[in-house]
Design a protein around this ligand. Structure first.
Ligand SMILES: Nc1nc2c(c(=O)[nH]1)N[C@H]1C(S)=C(S)[C@@H](COP(=O)(O)OP(=O)(O)OC[C@H]3O[C@@H](n4cnc5c(=O)[nH]c(N)nc54)[C@H](O)[C@@H]3O)O[C@H]1N2
Ligand SMILES: Nc1nc2c(c(=O)[nH]1)N[C@H]1C(S)=C(S)[C@@H](COP(=O)(O)OP(=O)(O)OC[C@H]3O[C@@H](n4cnc5c(=O)[nH]c(N)nc54)[C@H](O)[C@@H]3O)O[C@H]1N2
Ligand code: SF4
Ligand SMILES: [Mo]
Length: 767
């Protein structure tokens, strides 16, 4: 790109015409069915849409490219095992619109950057490899051969392999992920940042340290046996819609649900099953029994108050509330922990949580008699400075209640991207375990690098400092998903080359290094035929089940390559002669799986078991009540709350997903459940705060963050009065990412603090 004209890195600042309705009280139902059809019809002929939807999440079908929620182990509904947002994900990916070099001839990068993310996504699937040459304004076609040879040359020309960065987004299959990390390590670096660094890294660290496994412990069936389900910082109605089906069944079996969230999310309140609505059997099921509207980041205070009051109950009714036998046999550190918690003042904790003591006692009444508790959480817990400790506090509560390592109980960090968990299992990790490196060494006879690589934030800082010069992304939208958009844009622009393996156009294709290449790949829904043989890939869901995914649609262009083939060809262009059998991997994915089996524990008989109905479960110590920590026990840990100080004119902002998006992919402009329609540049605010700040409904404001003495501004947001605790505000991701400071990260996990951004709000003189 020419240095004098720089396309905008920010999301579009055009306002689109806000309409509001009252937030919905019931999720899904008929509106969900209508919305699914609308999205499918806008992208493809209905027959094509139905063909793919009928195969979504079926045993011999496609793993939904949406979230990582698991499928039932046994029978799958013939009426469809998908939700509204699964249908939207398919519509977006399997669109009949395509983008060839001609489109890019007609539209400069500068012009494309003027479009909103929504408009960019609607342009269609990228249909051939493209290059943006140094100084050019337009992408143009490049052959695959030349693209690989150029990238390979550039990688070879670096002084040190650590000057290259290889990002992964979580949609990549196990097979592609395994090959990718193998290539990157054979090339000589562990610079493998991934979307997990911004997502559930805090869960991985907290669970690894306390329970010896960085993944959740529950299976889907555990939901049907649980007595209490705690849902913290998660909006399943939008982000994991089929979880509502599981919650509905749990409720029918007598479970109580406690939801902890600063805002009242419709999907947590009640649910109307779309299939039952179609069959005219539909009523609604009330899901949450107790809704605790905590302040943003008030969760640790809440849980400490809960455990303290539970201990008090135990002293009144010895042997009734906590599980002493489990604590004695399976844990360590309980005495110090109990002593620590007993010293806390429940009133102070309640105040820090933003709740009354009575509300907390109501939760204690539900939890005290329960012996089987599941704790679910997502980004509302993971994206704060103290996230690792907050999640450890959740573990403390479960340990106290003996609610782990048995049916109906345990940890459930609900994963985001459909294969983010599998990618990690395959070795996409900037801090690889020695066991993996040894296994690679054994199998392939090369010495993998041992020095830790960059995580997402470190990768941005390294590019910014000029220490990294090539950025390669296996999927995702790095620019828009990461914090501090303007800083990240500067970082990417300093690179010599940026390469994106992508399906759809996004802003990361427009804010580039001196040269940029787009490698268009097959997506989940596409048939993957190699030399006349049909291939399939495999993925791991949020509950550790590995299963196959088989594309069903004829690819939109014969110029698309599968991700495994892209990696093998890149590897050959970069590494030349190598002890790794790249050709046989590219020809038949069974050969990749054979080697995964040799290098990664839990994949015995991979090729056989992945072909069995429903796939197979990976081993999980915490599930089996066997803790693979250094001591062989589950660990209680000690933490203290650290309230974030706010000046009178400051607010704590969380950035969330609307109902019409998948991360940076914007499906539409409506957040139907929250009643915010046709506009994404909104800031939800408590009405009393609005009065105090003299801000009227509909006022247009600029948002500022000044962390570390740097002024960050997000202009033109519309104020919407909303049921949210005072001092807290809410905006959408990625519009507000310009405000998330690059240096504000979670302790230990380094996750950007996207859910606790301190901001000021200033009304605009003119709109
Ligand atoms: N349709 C759709 N599905 C998706 C995605 C998508 O964008 N669209 N994204 C996928 C990905 S990658 C992920 S990681 C998941 C994300 O799934 P979620 O974590 O559900 O996503 P968020 O919208 O970030 O919502 C976080 C929730 O936490 C609440 N929250 C924010 N701060 C706090 C806090 O301090 N305490 C508590 N208790 N709650 C808080 C918010 O109000 C919100 O309800 O979804 C996955 N599934
Ligand atoms: N402020 C704020 N920022 C956040 C978050 C937040 O809550 N708040 N959430 C964070 C979280 S949880 C996550 S996971 C990250 C997400 O970060 P990313 O994973 O980087 O972002 P996505 O928007 O999911 O990436 C979408 C792009 O992936 C490409 N793509 C889609 N399918 C495929 C495929 O099959 N193969 C390939 N190669 N490419 C494909 C398309 O080109 C599409 O444009 O964002 C993080 N950023
Ligand atoms: S819950 Fe998630 S995985 Fe299941 S159909 Fe919906 S988006 Fe797809
Ligand atoms: Mo995520």
């Amino acid at each position: 790109m020419s240095k004098d004209v720089q396309p905008s890195a920010k999301t579009s600042e055009k306002l689109t015409g806000l309409k509001t309705t009252t937030p919905k009280e019931v999720a899904a139902g008929l509106p969900a069915v209508k919305s699914s059809l609308k999205h499918i019809r806008s992208e493809m002929p209905l027959a094509k849409g139905m063909k793919v939807l009928n195969k979504l999440n079926q045993h011999d079908g496609i793993d939904c490219p949406g979230c990582a929620w698991p499928d039932p182990d046994d029978e799958r509904s013939r009426l469809g095992e998908y939700c509204e947002n699964g249908a939207k994900a398919v519509a977006e990916e399997a669109t009949s619109k395509k983008l060839t070099a001609k489109f890019f001839q007609e539209h400069s990068v500068q012009q494309l950057a003027e479009l909103s993310d929504y408009e960019l996504g609607k342009k269609g699937r990228i249909a051939e490899p493209l290059i943006l040459k140094a100084g050019a304004q337009h992408y143009e076609a490049i052959s695959w051969k030349n693209a690989f040879s150029k990238i390979g040359q550039q990688l070879k020309s670096l002084d040190n392999p650590n000057e290259a960065i290889f990002y992964t987004s979580g949609r990549t299959s196990n097979e592609a992920a395994f090959l990718y990390q193998l290539f990157v390590r054979a090339y000589g670096t562990n610079n493998l940042p991934d979307c997990s660094n911004m997502c559930h890294e805090s869960s991985g660290v907290a669970l690894g340290e306390t329970l010896g496994i960085g993944k959740g412990s529950v299976k889907l069936e555990d939901f049907y046996e649980a007595e209490v389900i705690l849902i913290l910082g998660q909006n399943p109605g939008t982000n994991h819609p089929r979880m509502l089906t599981a919650l509905e069944k749990a409720k029918k079996n007598g479970a109580k649900i406690i939801s902890v969230n600063p805002i009242v999310e419709s999907g947590l309140v009640s649910f109307s099953h779309p299939q039952k609505v179609i069959a005219l059997l539909g009523g609604k099921t009330t899901l949450t029994d107790l809704y605790l509207q905590v302040k943003i980041n008030g969760d640790m205070a809440l849980i400490q108050a809960l455990t303290q009051l539970l201990l008090e109950e135990e002293s009144k009714n010895p042997g009734q509330v906590i599980d002493q036998a489990f604590i004695d046999n399976k844990t360590q550190g309980s005495e110090v922990y109990i002593e620590h918690i007993k010293k806390k003042d429940p009133n102070t904790l309640a105040q820090e949580a933003g709740l009354t003591l009575d509300q907390i006692k109501a939760a204690v009444n539900i939890l005290a008699p329960a012996k089987k508790i599941i704790a679910c959480w997502a980004m509302g817990l993971t994206q704060h400075k103290n996230s690792v400790n907050t999640i450890k506090e959740v573990v403390n509560l479960l340990l106290l209640k003996g609610s782990i390592g048995k049916p109906g109980a345990g940890t459930c960090p609900v994963r985001g991207h459909s294969n983010v968990q599998g990618d990690r299992t395959m070795g996409i990790h900037e801090r690889p375990p020695q066991r993996l490196l040894d296994a690679l060494q054994n199998r392939y006879q090369f010495d993998p690098p041992t020095a830790h690589g960059y995580n997402v934030v470190e990768a941005i800082e390294a590019m910014h400092a000029g220490a990294a010069k090539i950025f390669f992304a296996m999927g995702g939208n790095f620019l828009s998903a990461t914090p501090d958009t303007m800083f990240t844009a500067e970082a990417l622009r300093k690179c010599a080359l940026t390469v994106q393996v992508s399906t759809k156009l996004n802003r990361s294709h427009l804010v580039t290094g001196e040269e940029a290449i787009i490698l268009p790949c097959l997506a989940r829904t596409d048939i993957d035929m190699i030399k006349g043989t049909l291939q399939f890939v495999s993925v791991e869901n949020s509950m550790g089940v590995v299963h196959s995914s088989r594309g069903q649609l004829t690819p939109i262009s014969d110029q698309l390559l599968s991700e495994p083939e892209i990696v093998t060809r890149l590897a050959k262009a970069t590494l030349g002669e190598s002890s790794i059998p790249w050709d046989s991997y590219a020809d038949n994915y069974d050969s990749i799986r054979t080697d995964i089996e040799q290098c990664i524990p839990g994949f015995d008989d991979y090729n056989k078991r992945v072909r069995e109905k429903g796939g197979f479960y990976l081993p999980n110590g915490a599930r089996e009540n066997d803790y693979k920590t250094k001591t062989g026990k589950a660990h209680f840990t000690i933490s203290d709350t650290t309230p974030i100080p706010l000046q009178p004119h400051e607010y704590l902002m969380m950035t969330v997903r609307s109902h019409d998006q998948f991360n940076t992919t914007i499906y539409g402009l409506d957040d139907r459940y929250r009643g915010i329609l046709n506009e994404r540049r909104v800031i939800m605010m408590n009405k009393k705060d609005m009065q105090l700040a003299s801000l009227k409904e509909g006022a247009v404001v600029d948002l500022y963050n000044r962390y570390g003495g740097v002024e960050r501004v997000a202009p033109k947001f519309i104020v919407v009065g909303y049921n949210i605790p005072q001092g807290c505000v809410c905006t959408y991701f990625p519009e507000a990412n310009v405000l998330v400071p690059i240096k504000s990260k979670a302790d230990k996990s380094h996750t950007p603090t996207s859910k606790s951004v301190v901001i000021e709000i200033v009304e605009r003189a003119e709109i």
